[in-house]
Design a protein around this ligand. Structure first.
Ligand code: TZP
Ligand code: MG
Length: 219
């Protein structure tokens, strides 16, 4: 799968959630469970260390035919031949990033509808929508945007978008009911004792709403 329009379950790395287990093993389990896009997110390692992990995950994601995105580091994304880069509101503007990454995927975090509109207008390939619920996985804490923001995005944004932030198996139905058709999680997936089973369970729920509402598939 190398079309960003197709993904359904987005896993972001979070090594603090799986002490004693190797990054590559955890991420491989996520892909075996059906996660079809992986992001390397590492806010604390040196750039050289981030590159080392990126090269490992690039090899693994290729083996499983899964999209690979690098958070923050455009240079690491290029050096590891990732499929794309994920940027926040304080990172390089999309136009500048586009000059560097060419036709690679650019994903943008958004927290309100104005940011979503701007990202769509400026050529983002997908956006993150969140944090929907409170989360401990992000230090620069933004107040939860709630499912109200998910509903707004579902109504008007036409590029692929993925709900993120505090999403668990026990509350994902609420997010799907608000219109999300793509789900992203860190702690619920990589912190699980059964990473593969957790991904399978998320995908069962996502596919359920996609089957009920075919018109939502492209959103
Ligand atoms: N961006 C918005 S919320 C978030 C990021 C990176 C963290 C999501 O982590 P979790 O553990 O799924 O709440
Ligand atoms: Mg960033």
């Amino acid at each position: 799968m190398n079309d960003v329009k197709e993904f359904q379950l987005y896993t972001i790395t979070g090594e603090s959630f799986h002490p004693g287990r190797e990054l590559v093993d955890v991420i491989e389990q996520a892909m075996l469970g059906g996660s079809d896009i992986i992001q390397l997110r590492d806010k604390s390692s040196s750039k050289r260390e981030v590159l080392r992990k990126a090269l490992q995950l690039r090899e693994l994601t290729r083996k499983h035919d899964v999209l690979f995105i690098v958070n923050d580091h455009i240079d690491v994304a290029l050096a590891s031949d990732a499929d794309g880069i994920h940027l926040g509101q304080d990172d390089l503007p999309i136009a500048e990033a586009r000059k560097i990454v060419g036709d690679k995927i650019i994903g943008i975090s958004t927290h309100r509808i104005e940011e979503a509109r701007e990202a769509e207008r400026e050529g983002a390939d997908y956006i993150g929508v969140g944090p929907v619920f409170a989360t401990k996985s992000k230090v620069d804490v933004v107040d939860p945007v709630t499912t109200a923001y998910v509903r707004e995005v579902a109504k008007e944004i036409r590029i692929p978008w993925v709900a993120i932030g505090g999403i668990k198996l026990h509350n994902v139905d609420e997010v799907l009911q608000a219109g999300a058709r793509r789900i992203c999680a860190i702690s619920e997936i990589v912190g699980s004792q059964d990473v593969k089973g957790t991904c399978e369970a998320f995908l069962r729920k996502i596919r359920q709403v996609r089957t009920v509402n075919i018109s939502g598939v492209d959103r």
